[in-house]
Design a protein around this ligand. Structure first.
Ligand SMILES: Nc1nc2c(ncn2[C@@H]2O[C@H](COP(=O)(O)OP(=O)(O)OP(=O)(O)O)[C@@H](O)[C@H]2O)c(=O)[nH]1
Ligand SMILES: [Zn+2]
Length: 198
């Protein structure tokens, strides 16, 4: 069972957030995180994003995906409207950074995101959002607006004890490099993306 291990207020470029670390024990160096905007009103549906770690996109501003821009957009959104980002340590859709770089290497040879994972003998997406539901329960959140384009995340909430009030799209316009990646998300995973954006 995970629990809150530590929490503190952290000022950022997007405002100040309460950062909370969740794990089974305090020696976990990669705990899941929740960042809670100061003006969050828990008596109304809470804006929530489940965000999977992407070191290439978020730290190094990779152009292959839109994860860094989505994280920034979500921080800005919850700073303005209240809400929580649940930052999940699911690098590379939970195959880890070593396997993700191996997959990128295969992508350089022409495979798409999904084909590359399968070629490595790994699932196309190995994530489970159950832990995000657990975190919402620990924070006593019962009703949410979910910031996502991913129908799988929507399904996890619908199948849980949390009420889904609405889905808020979080679309970032494609660039020349991310175009194919976004098209695969739409075609293979059924992500809810508008045509004119990718
Ligand atoms: N295996 C693999 N993982 C990737 C690749 N590109 C991005 N990722 C990972 O994908 C995760 C982000 O998931 P996405 O499927 O892009 O988006 P999502 O979070 O499911 O959906 P949204 O809520 O709409 O953003 C992060 O963990 C990234 O590290 C890739 O080419 N291969
Ligand atoms: Zn990414």
């Amino acid at each position: 069972m995970i629990k809150i291990q530590a929490e503190a207020n952290v000022p950022t470029e997007h405002g100040t957030f309460r950062m909370i670390a969740f794990s089974e024990n305090e020696n976990d160096w990669m705990p899941h995180m929740a960042i809670v905007a100061e003006n969050t009103d828990f008596s109304k549906p809470v804006n929530v994003r489940f965000h999977s770690e992407c070191i290439t996109g978020e730290v190094f501003h990779s152009k292959k995906c839109e994860c860094g821009q989505q994280l920034d957009a979500a921080m800005k959104y919850i700073h303005e409207n209240g809400g929580i980002i649940i930052y999940l340590r699911q690098e590379g859709r939970n195959i880890g950074i070593i396997n993700k770089l191996k997959a990128y290497s295969l992508q350089e040879k022409g495979l798409d995101t999904v084909q590359a994972n399968l070629e490595l003998g790994l699932p196309a997406d190995d994530r489970n959002f159950g832990v995000a539901i657990e975190i919402l329960n620990l924070l006593d959140v019962k009703d949410i607006n979910l910031l996502t384009n991913n129908p799988e995340k929507v399904k996890y909430v619908v199948d849980s004890n949390i009420h889904l009030n609405s889905r808020v799209p979080l679309q970032i316009p494609a660039n020349e490099i991310s175009k194919g990646y976004l098209q695969t998300k739409k075609d293979f995973f059924g992500h809810l993306l508008d045509d004119n954006d990718n």
